[in-house]
Design a binder for this molecule. Structure first.
Ligand SMILES: *[C@@H]1O[C@H](CO)[C@@H](O)[C@H](O)[C@H]1NC(C)=O
Ligand SMILES: *[C@@H]1O[C@H](CO)[C@@H](O)[C@H](O)[C@H]1NC(C)=O
Ligand SMILES: *[C@@H]1O[C@H](CO)[C@@H](O)[C@H](O)[C@H]1NC(C)=O
Ligand SMILES: *[C@@H]1O[C@H](CO)[C@@H](O)[C@H](O)[C@H]1NC(C)=O
Ligand SMILES: *[C@@H]1O[C@H](CO)[C@@H](O)[C@H](O)[C@H]1NC(C)=O
Ligand SMILES: *[C@@H]1O[C@H](CO)[C@@H](O)[C@H](O)[C@H]1NC(C)=O
Length: 844
């Protein structure tokens, strides 16, 4: 239902969208389901660090010394990058004094969250020292820390110009040639600013007559060495990414706009900027900003940015994660866009915006632009004209800079559209690295952290993004606050409120067959026909220098290369199922890949489709209801993915004729024993109840949609696009009731019907758009009539079937399981699971 609502919602939004480059494509096309889901319980190869502190949000990796430095609340840690959990860490305790904390509390701040020393800045200062700043209970302090001794110095530096007061504010900072370049909301009043301090020429942004920044929340900054190999003697530049209030939209006053619309921005300054002499004294003379567009007007809140190839400016590009704009608070969705530095440079070299006093709005500036071009860095040609530094720039130019900080053209993403639109996910941070495959091509590998403690690993392809896997790295849902990649350690470090996690960048051995290895499309992994294993591509590249074995990889398409290889893995063992005529039997078959479609073949050829003569195909198996002798045969369960087919399980099913049951057989129809008029009454009551439930369920679903479905531990995805489009496809998601004393419900039912108790399974309704109504109340007499009667009765209930998995021979289950108990438990479970799971497939 929601799946149908969403495009509608989109189209409404699209119709009212502000004019701009056409960046909208059907969002479904850009959605990507993570191929593998690795819940916390199945996580392996990770290392943890958890100290006494909280909020491990600042990470600094020093590859040369193999240390991971961590800034937390009230503490700094130096961990071994090789194994952060090896117990050999160093710690600096750095908390605000109780007096400071109570002073902070008196100023009206929360002493449970804000009045601590949150370390927000941690960078290498020089060859011997690190530099750290903390919020220090709303009185920021900084310190130069001896990296070797790892102890606090005796004297501190004022942190007012370098660190936010409020720990919850966005912050980004760099140390470049000894100078601190920080951007955040400063001071008690939370003034947004980009500042340079600890430098002979301290600089900040202009506030009069207009604010260059408006309620900006900073996300990321990076130095791009544009001076390197520059033909024109260009300067290095620092780029800033943030979200701010859009003053240019709608009519607004000169400095203050009534618009509360927030947009994403990119700004830049020149490293060699010294400020102006009379005009723009101690202010940036090279500040320019531009709007950053990903998918407007939906996704405008910037959450994370990472830069790739920042060392070579001609190839520098960025990836940015956006979430829905603030008016969509109740929905969770994210977008990923890529930007090329060349595009950003072109925008900064283009037309400016101007506030037009007459119309009292912002518009494109059409007048003459003074020379040298306002906002540009000092280049060779300027130097030859006698402009040795920004202090030599003419007043005309600086006056222009003061009033024209914003560019007219927005920065549009590479390919003009997002790489990914992801529903039900809020990305909070991202990082990435280019991976060069043995065959030559380089792919960007991204790691995206979510607000609930998952990491998505994705590869950027020509066609979009492929999410290789989603990994739950924290048991308790919590926001991923920082991500750092170490190529030397082949590790990803994740900073979060409760601790730091170290994950391997790839685990190729997880893929057991050539097909599995190829389908994963992990640029770090390739199939080695020599060793018959999915191997890390880097080790192969080294080793094969002698043997020259070609590694099989197909990142771009993900399905070619294994044709000649016989490495399909060992065939699954043939399991035998023997049941009585009329029984229901589930042949379990879990699809390890969320992108695979289940395919069942009978006797090697006949494809079984859902609903066909007693068969139901689900994500976890094939259900044969009311088995008949003609159902006997060999069943093969295949995974069909990306044009490849692999055998996952095979069963031999034997249906034996039923022996006469000693217990009274259940009546065929629920009301068979009742008088016709009573039956009619029942039908009416059931119909009324059903209608009521339908209304209730739809409103429940609606409410649940608004509140967004929280996922279960293990995420289930639909069987692919086709079934989603088909509408009436059945999602068979079974919830098995746990029978006491039994572990494995599917695998031990071989041989003649055992008497070890029975289990119920629930199958959601047959593609009903709304959750089907709960079963009508049963006449009490029937319940006492014998438990065996219950399942066959349940099976006939409209929309829901309760299926007896193991039906005992004589109808008297010996186990301690009570169907009535089982039923209420399952019903209770279903209320939660089904709503949520259904939402998951097709909600926002
Ligand atoms: C916070 O302040 C309240 C009221 O002054 C006090 O009772 C409480 O102990 C303080 N909590 C902490 C952690 O300092
Ligand atoms: C590094 O900076 C610290 C703090 O400013 C200073 O004490 C130290 O001498 C510097 N070290 C070097 C090698 O410049
Ligand atoms: C610190 O961690 C707690 C959870 O432990 C979280 O609620 C809080 O928002 C975090 N604070 C900051 C500034 O990140
Ligand atoms: C710029 O530098 C050159 C050479 O260093 C010098 O001759 C010239 O006077 C300087 N110009 C200004 C405006 O300072
Ligand atoms: C590759 O091999 C060289 C020597 O043959 C070795 O020094 C290097 O560490 C190896 N690199 C990797 C990634 O294994
Ligand atoms: C499948 O094969 C079995 C025996 O091998 C046979 O009894 C059964 O009828 C076959 N089923 C179909 C549908 O061909």
């Amino acid at each position: 239902m929601w799946g149908r609502l969403w495009p509608l919602l989109l189209s409404i939004l699209t119709a009212t969208a502000v004019p701009g480059p056409s960046l909208r494509r059907p969002s479904r096309e850009l959605d990507a389901t993570p191929r593998m889901t690795i819940p916390y319980e199945e996580l392996s190869g990770t290392r943890h660090f958890e100290g006494q502190a909280q909020n491990y949000s600042t990470l600094l990796l020093e590859e040369a010394s193999a240390r991971l430095l961590v800034g937390a609340r009230g503490a700094l840690f130096s961990l071994s990058a090789n194994d952060i959990g090896d117990g050999a860490h160093k710690e600096i305790h750095w908390e605000a004094s109780p007096e400071m904390q109570s002073k902070c509390h008196q100023k009206g701040k929360n002493n449970q969250t804000e009045c601590f020393n949150h370390v927000r800045f941690l960078q290498r200062l020089n060859s011997t020292h690190l530099y750290a700043c903390g919020t220090h209970a709303f009185q920021p302090l900084c310190a130069a820390i001896d990296a070797e001794a790892f102890t606090l110095p005796t004297s501190f530096e004022e942190g007012k110009e370098k660190c936010p007061y409020d720990p919850a504010r966005g912050f980004t900072g760099l140390i470049i040639d000894g100078g601190l370049y920080t951007a955040t909301r400063y001071e008690f009043r939370s003034i947004p600013d980009i500042r340079r301090s600890r430098h002979p020429h301290s600089l900040r942004t202009e506030e009069t007559p207009m604010h260059w920044l408006n309620d900006a929340e900073f996300v990321f900054s990076v130095l791009v060495r544009e001076s390197k190999a520059s033909a024109v003697g260009d300067d290095d530049k620092v780029y800033y990414f943030f979200t701010e209030r859009a003053t240019e939209e709608g009519s607004g006053s000169f400095t203050q706009s009534r618009s509360s619309h927030r947009v994403a921005r990119v700004a830049r300054v020149c490293k060699g900027d010294l400020g102006g002499k009379k005009i723009l004294q101690k202010k940036w003379t090279s500040f320019l900003k531009a709007r950053l567009i990903c998918h407007i007007p939906l996704y405008e809140t910037l959450r994370g940015v990472c830069s790739l190839d920042a060392e070579t400016s001609s190839r520098t590009h960025f990836y940015a994660a956006f979430t829905l704009s603030t008016q969509w608070k109740t929905l969770e969705a994210s977008a990923i866009c890529r930007y090329d530095l060349a595009e950003i440079q072109a925008v900064f070299a283009g037309p400016y915006m101007e506030y037009q006093d007459g119309s009292r709005r912002w518009g494109r500036y059409e007048g003459g632009v003074p020379e040298p071009r306002p906002g540009s860095c000092i280049t060779d040609s300027l130097r030859s004209q006698g402009y040795n530094s920004s202090q030599d720039l003419p007043s005309l130019v600086l006056d222009f800079v003061k009033l024209h900080p914003l560019m007219a053209r927005p920065v549009v993403p590479t390919r003009g559209r997002p790489l990914l639109l992801k529903r039900n996910v809020r990305y909070t941070h991202l990082t990435g690295t280019p991976v060069t495959t043995p065959a030559g091509p380089t792919y960007d590998l991204l790691f995206l952290g979510t607000a609930d403690g998952w990491i998505h690993k994705a590869v950027v392809l020509g066609s979009g993004m492929h999410i290789i896997e989603e990994t739950q790295v924290f048991r308790e849902p919590q926001s991923v606050e920082n991500l750092v990649i170490s190529l030397m350690q082949h590790s990803l470090y994740v900073g979060a409120p409760s601790g730091v996690i170290q994950l391997p960048l790839s685990s190729c051995s997880r893929y057991r067959s050539c097909y599995d290895c190829i389908l994963a499309r992990d640029p770090y992994c390739g199939w080695d026909p020599g060793t018959h294993a999915c191997m890390a591509a880097t080790t192969i590249a080294n080793r094969s220098q002698g043997s020259r074995t070609a590694l099989i990889q197909d990142i771009e398409r993900g399905n070619r290369g294994c044709e000649s290889s016989r490495d399909t893995g060992p065939p699954p063992p043939l399991k035998t199922r023997s049941v009585l005529r009329g029984d229901d039997v589930l042949l379990p078959c879990d699809q390890p890949s969320n992108l695979a479609r289940a395919l069942w073949l009978l006797n090697g050829s006949m494809g079984l489709s859902d609903g066909q003569s007693g068969y139901r195909v689900g994500v976890d198996g094939l259900l044969v209801t009311d088995a008949q002798p003609e159902h006997s045969g060999n069943y093969g369960c295949y995974a069909e993915e990306n044009g490849l087919r692999t055998l996952l399980a095979s069963y031999s099913l034997v249906v034996r004729p039923a022996t006469p049951a000693p217990a009274p057989k259940a009546p065929d129809t629920p009301g068979a024993q009742l008088a016709p008029d009573v039956r009619l009454l029942y039908v009416l009551a059931i119909a009324a109840l059903g209608g009521l439930c339908l209304i209730l369920a739809s409103s429940l679903l609606y409410v649940a949609c608004l509140r967004e479905g929280r996922r279960g531990r293990r995420r289930k995805y639909s069987l692919g696009r086709a079934s989603r489009a088909g509408g009436s496809a059945v999602q068979l998601q079974t919830v098995s009731g746990q029978c006491p004393g039994e572990e494995d419900e599917g695998d031990e039912e071989e041989g003649a019907g055992g008497l070890e108790g029975s289990c119920l399974q629930i199958i959601p309704g047959e593609g009903a758009p709304a959750p089907p109504p709960p079963p009508p109340p049963l006449p009490p007499a029937e319940l006492t009539n014998g438990l065996v009667a219950l399942p066959s009765r349940l099976r006939r209930m409209n929309g829901n079937s309760y299926v007896l998995l193991r039906q005992s021979n004589n109808g008297v289950p010996a186990g301690p399981c009570s169907f009535a108990e089982e039923l209420s438990r399952i019903l209770e479970k279903r209320k939660h699971t089904q709503l949520v799971e259904q939402l998951d497939e097709s909600s926002v």
